[in-house]
Design a binder for this molecule. Sequence first.
Ligand SMILES: *Cc1c(COP(=O)(O)O)cnc(C)c1O
Length: 345
Amino acid sequence: MPQMIDVRSDTVTRPTPAMLEAMLQAQVGDDVFGEDETVNELQRKAADLFGKEAALFCPTGTMSNQIGIKIHTQPGDEVICDELAHIYLYEGGGIAANSGSSVRLLQGQHGRFTAAQVRENINRRDDSHLPWTRLVAIENTVNKGGGCCWDLSEIERIRAVCKEHDIAMHLDGARLFNALVARNEAPRDHGPLFETISICLSKGLGAPAGSLLLGSRALISRAHRQRKLLGGGMRQAGYLAAAGLFALEHNVQRLQEDHRKARALEAELRSLPYVSSVLPVETNIVIFKLHEQLPAELFLQQLQHQQVRALSMGRQTIRFVFHLNVSDAQLEALLAALRGIRVPA
Ligand SMILES: *Cc1c(COP(=O)(O)O)cnc(C)c1O
């Protein structure tokens, strides 16, 4: 039986034999006592990569985002983010539950807003009616924006506005490495623009689990306490950290391969009669809309018969995500499967 082509998400990857070997060789200890050498090394390396003082290893990206938001805010404060943001849509209402903050949603372009929009939505602090705007959160790449990347210059302009108003900035960088590779930017281009950055090791980088929150020593020390409160302190986490170290060393530049495959799919989709629109493809995510005659459910059913699994993001919207477990041969099979889709009369 041909192998299933799973493009539902870049989280479905399995560790390669080389990554598993690195995990087996890890030096570990009790990280709650700060004694896991491999966790310490991963935290040091990641912080250094972005020019930050410190980092904290967390089990998930949701936890590192939620901790990041928590350490910048007090209940009654307000967070500015885009209406497509993962922190707002897909973290279980965590901003309200964990931080007691309200959210001001901006309507950006595929999840990217402007410095002018931020300026217009900052509340004055001398009016006691208003929640205090404390944090601006950016997502790069934007998952729901079809994996698009931010322009560094716009982030710099937002940074200037935030500085003027004493507002912190958090980056949800679950797929930041995709943006860095696509835009040919360095981690240190982004490091100084945010108080905190969360990055995921378990998306395109291919580790089985793990995320990091980066920031100043003072902020990460507060983050450490918040991780405890959330039950996120892990013991011999070095086995997972070893996978993360391996991923940072071997799986960053290869993200270009995923981007190339995503662009090949985009080109194919633009020629198919049952596709009504495709979001511009810049990284490893492809989001497109089907014509009315072809409901997402029927489309996915037919694909599944061709050994392809994808995800629906609404009645007519489909998402494909490329990752290190999709080969060139599988890409070809995927394109052939798409050409064979039948549309009901
Ligand atoms: C996946 C993801 C996260 C974190 O998700 P976890 O599953 O908790 O690791 C955060 N932000 C974005 C944009 C994501 O895609």
